[in-house]
Ligand binder design. Structure first.
Ligand SMILES: *Cc1c(COP(=O)(O)O)cnc(C)c1O
Length: 388
């Protein structure tokens, strides 16, 4: 472990603060480190391994596809990306899909779509995209510019022009921006994930939808973290009774392989034409075969299970000693602890439970199918860590 840490810091760019744990294997929601110690995984690779580690059905989908063809580029037809796009459109009512490899890229595509749509329709100066303060949309320069948190921007200036930040829950403020600036789209996360697991209110999200319709501005929803069953609905916007014009997603979509998707609604389905956008790896058949197996399994029964486990977590954690509050939806949960989140997370590691943080909160994003037994072990450890 000591050698590994030294080699890591010698050869890997120092962008990540890692915990001193070397994971070597896992199954479902239990992972094992180099010393054979098991941990309940309450982070699922930051909401990525939707059905846990090395899930049988997911593995089989990948192995089957990888033994047929692992990559052909987008110059030829392959089945998995078409099957996945059809499934996503049928389940959401969206019209077309562009595939990429990550959350940031799925937002990049959304931004390009908004700019082209607005230029075609209103003129080339209608490029402004409104995002929310405390949002997170990715690390590429455009998505960093879209991210409404100044500390991410520092030392990478100048940011890309064309982004304006509004306060969440302030519809009057948003109206004023839409009436005074040339806006192409509003981009929101229904639950701000990296911002500390902060759900937007139903009233506000529905207000944003009404306002964007009134002003003929696109509503784009970043479902990179909230998507693919995470909140108890296939996509979080479905909990809000709205229909966006563009939906971006990634993280849990392919259950642990890189894949991003940008779903295009009626208004924008034909905005992208030949040569307007592209990706070498986007829509890779192995990632898409994995995603087909994931999306197929996110049915009503699974979503009901997610909601039940969510209720269990809220009931167990809310109001417990050392816990100030619990926010979130489904299996995307933020815990405001009396002690610093980092201390709680460290204590949980000792007890064999891996948790995430988001701002000043402990964040839980377990696999959608985490067994109750492991959830109970995790809750016990978290309660102890918060109360100690
Ligand atoms: C993680 C995340 C992103 C960035 O995704 P990457 O795959 O890391 O590029 C964008 N938006 C939201 C809401 C996210 O949670």
């Amino acid at each position: 472990m000591k050698n590994l840490m030294k080699e890591d810091s010698t050869y890997i760019a120092g962008t990540y603060k890692r915990f001193p744990i070397q994971i070597v294997s896992g199954k479902g929601s239990v992972v094992t480190d180099i010393d054979g110690k098991g941990y309940v995984d309450m982070g699922s690779g930051i909401g990525v391994t939707s059905f846990g580690i090395a899930d049988d059905e997911w593995q089989e989908a990948i192995i089957t596809q990888i033994s047929n063809v692992q990559h052909m580029s987008n110059l030829y037809y392959t089945v998995p990306c078409i099957e996945l796009a059809q499934m996503l459109c049928e389940r959401t009512g969206m019209k077309k899909v562009f595939f990429s490899n990550s959350g940031a890229e799925s937002n990049e595509c959304a931004i390009k779509v908004a700019r082209k749509w607005a230029e075609d329709k209103k003129g080339s100066d209608w490029y402004t995209i409104v995002t929310l303060n405390n949002s997170f949309h990715g690390r590429t320069l455009a998505t960093l510019s879209a991210t409404g948190q100044a500390h991410y921007h520092e030392q990478f200036t100048p940011m890309m022009p064309g982004f304006v930040y509004a306060d969440a829950e302030d519809l009057d403020g948003l109206r004023e921006i839409l009436e005074t600036q040339k806006v192409a789209a509003v981009l929101i996360e229904c639950i701000q994930g990296e911002g500390g697991v902060v759900p937007l209110s139903k009233e506000y999200v529905q207000g944003v939808r009404a306002l964007t319709e009134e002003k003929d501005v696109l509503l784009m929803v970043d479902e990179v973290q909230t998507g693919n069953g995470r909140t108890g609905a296939l996509y979080a916007y479905m909990n809000y009774g709205i229909k966006p014009d563009v939906v971006s997603t990634a993280k849990g979509l392919a259950g642990g392989l890189p894949l991003g998707a940008t779903l295009l609604g009626e208004k924008v389905e034909n905005v992208l034409g030949f040569g307007d956008h592209g990706s070498t790896f986007g829509g890779n058949p192995v990632s898409c075969a994995a995603a087909c197996s994931i999306i197929r399994r996110i049915d009503d029964a699974l979503l009901e299970e997610v909601k039940e486990k969510s209720r269990y977590l809220f009931d167990a954690l809310n109001g417990a000693p050392g816990i100030e509050g619990v926010t979130g939806m489904g299996l995307m949960i933020g815990i405001k602890t009396v002690k610093p989140a980092s201390e709680v997370i460290a204590a949980c590691i000792e007890k064999g439970v891996l948790c995430l943080s988001a701002k000043d909160k402990v964040r839980l994003l377990p696999a959608l199918n985490i067994p109750m037994k492991q959830l109970e072990i995790a809750v016990k450890a978290i309660l102890e860590a918060c109360a100690e």
